[in-house]
Design a protein around this ligand. Structure first.
Ligand SMILES: [Zn+2]
Length: 67
């Protein structure tokens, strides 16, 4: 019953509301960046941690209207 900012499809699970961050391994450190603008969302030493941290963050560049 909550409004969705994206066009909903019946086959789309609710967990994939946001696009997955782009993960890069740089000098032994995993970096998650916004897939749209490249803003660095999170860093971690393991890919899993990096994904988890990035999943909780919202890109401030792509979501300036949220404030
Ligand atoms: Zn972004």
């Amino acid at each position: 019953m909550h409004p969705a900012p994206y066009p909903t499809t019946s086959s789309q699970p609710a967990r994939t509301r946001r696009p997955a961050p782009a993960l890069h391994l740089l000098h032994g450190l995993w970096v998650a960046s916004c897939p749209s603008c490249g803003f660095q969302l999170a860093t971690a030493r393991t890919q899993q941690r990096c994904e988890q941290r990035a999943a909780r963050r919202v890109c401030p560049v792509c979501h300036q209207d949220g404030q």
